[in-house]
Write a protein that binds this ligand. Structure first.
Ligand code: AVJ
Ligand code: FE
Length: 433
């Protein structure tokens, strides 16, 4: 086997260990619907295997379908999440057997496939990158389901570096063009392509994501009671929902508390705020006299290296993420405090852009100029439009393989169960450019 095949096999194994750990619990917890927004955990588990069967076994391997009768059950477009518990789902044991059976054959296909040919699914192992990222994305979704469920047991108390005093609160990104998106990243999704030039005026962007302490000031300044700060849709959302603080926060005895994977704890004020929706992020930014960054601004501040005139894979450079760079891959079940990763700073000095919390941007999820759907329209194309807002950078729960400076995530502006926060930006005044 080549080095690439070995790496793929190791990563497949690692991803599967993760999925099995998140579903190593009572059947009752796996089949229950914890929230209408989410699938039962056992659906995610079998869906991951079914996706692998469709793309690696049938599409690339030409293997006869193992269980064609279950395809529609695990087709995310056939049934909304809220309807999934009523489907004739595989039981947890059946699901584990099914995905193990698929996986064994996937390793056979990997063994025999030529990863150097011109076929875009095979070349550079693209199809394996696709299923790996897909499994990790569903693992993160399962964590969000578990957080919503309040079930204890999955808190990882891994060590995270300490925060450090803020220093300058913002960094300046001078005016000028940069290359957004990618044409070279082998496992990039279709929505990250093609690379294209974007010219931006000078702007300032926060050095760190907004912390719980910063957000609490907005809440305590009656930010949720003042329609001035909210967009029209945001205010409708806030009033209909009766939202008064981030999801999972409560106020008792003059202190903010939060529930994290079934544990109640004081809100750590130096940690990036998470479980806020786009409407809340947008309202905070207006209250602070700022705005959310566009995704182009976010990507330039994160990945562009002005001295080299090229984009980096990660804010700190091209090296794979290590512990000193970023909080990724569920080392601990929380974001790291602001200032924890000076070693992960971007060329412009912005920190914690990758890992900790997904960051809401001001941008709708739209195709880049010259976009071509690959390998299927339902990954990205059907979501383009003014319905979903783009999130960038990955969270503490995101696996390093499923994030990079160009990676684009998206969700509805009212969604709060994902591990999302934000940072603010502002256009530089003429005398500052
Ligand atoms: C990119 C996270 C929005 O979960 O809907 C999983 C990823 N696509 N299976 C989602 C995805 C197909 C997607 N997000
Ligand atoms: Fe999926």
């Amino acid at each position: 086997m080549t080095g690439l095949k070995e790496r793929i096999a190791a990563e497949l194994e690692q991803g599967r260990t993760r999925s099995l750990a998140y579903t190593d619990t009572d059947d009752e917890v796996l089949v229950r619907q914890h929230s209408a927004l989410m699938s039962p955990l056992v659906w995610d588990l079998a869906h991951v295997g079914n996706y692998e069967e469709l793309w690696v076994l049938r599409e690339v391997g030409g293997v006869t379908p193992l269980r064609p009768e279950i395809d529609t059950i695990y087709d995310a477009f056939a049934h909304p999440r809220g309807d999934r518990p009523r489907l004739p789902l595989l039981t947890p044991d059946e699901a584990r057997r099914y995905i193990a059976g698929v996986r064994g054959r996937v390793l056979d296909v990997l063994d025999g496939v030529d990863l150097r040919g011109p076929d875009p699914l095979r070349s550079d192992g693209f199809v394996f990158g696709l299923v790996l990222q897909h499994e990790h994305q569903h693992d993160e979704t399962m964590l969000a389901t578990l957080q919503l469920s309040g079930e204890p047991g999955l808190v990882r108390d891994g060590e995270l570096p300490a925060g450090r005093p803020a220093g300058p609160a913002e960094v300046r990104v001078p005016a000028g063009p940069f290359l957004a998106g990618t044409g070279t990243e082998p496992w990039a999704y279709d929505n990250e392509r093609p690379a294209h030039r974007v010219d931006l005026p000078a702007f300032w962007i926060d050095r760190f994501p907004v912390t719980c302490g910063g957000y609490a000031e907005f809440v305590e300044d009656r930010g949720y009671a003042d329609p001035r700060w909210w967009s029209e849709d945001g205010w409708s959302w806030r009033t209909a929902r009766g939202a008064l603080a981030p999801l999972f926060w409560t106020r008792e005895g003059g202190t903010w508390w939060r529930i994290r994977f079934g544990r109640r704890e004081p809100v750590p004020m130096d940690e990036p705020v998470q479980h806020v929706c786009w409407y809340e992020a947008d309202a905070y930014a207006r209250w602070a006299g700022r705005r959310l960054p566009t995704e182009a601004e976010w990507e330039k501040a994160c990945g562009w290296d002005p001295a080299a005139g090229r984009a980096r894979r990660y804010p700190w450079g091209d090296q794979d993420p290590a512990a000193r760079h970023a909080n990724l891959g569920h080392q601990a079940s929380r974001p790291a405090p602001a200032g924890a990763f000076p070693g992960g700073a971007s060329a412009y000095g912005a920190e914690q852009m990758v890992g900790d919390v997904w960051e809401w941007t001001d941008s709708w999820f739209l195709p880049y100029p010259g976009f071509r759907s690959f390998p299927y329209r339902e990954y990205s194309e059907v979501f383009f439009g003014r319905t979903y807002r783009v999130l960038r950078g990955g969270s503490w729960a995101t696996h390093p393989t499923a994030v990079r400076t160009t990676f684009r995530n998206w969700d509805r502006p009212e969604r709060r169960q994902i591990f999302a926060g934000f940072r603010c930006a502002r256009t530089a005044a003429p005398e500052e450019s």
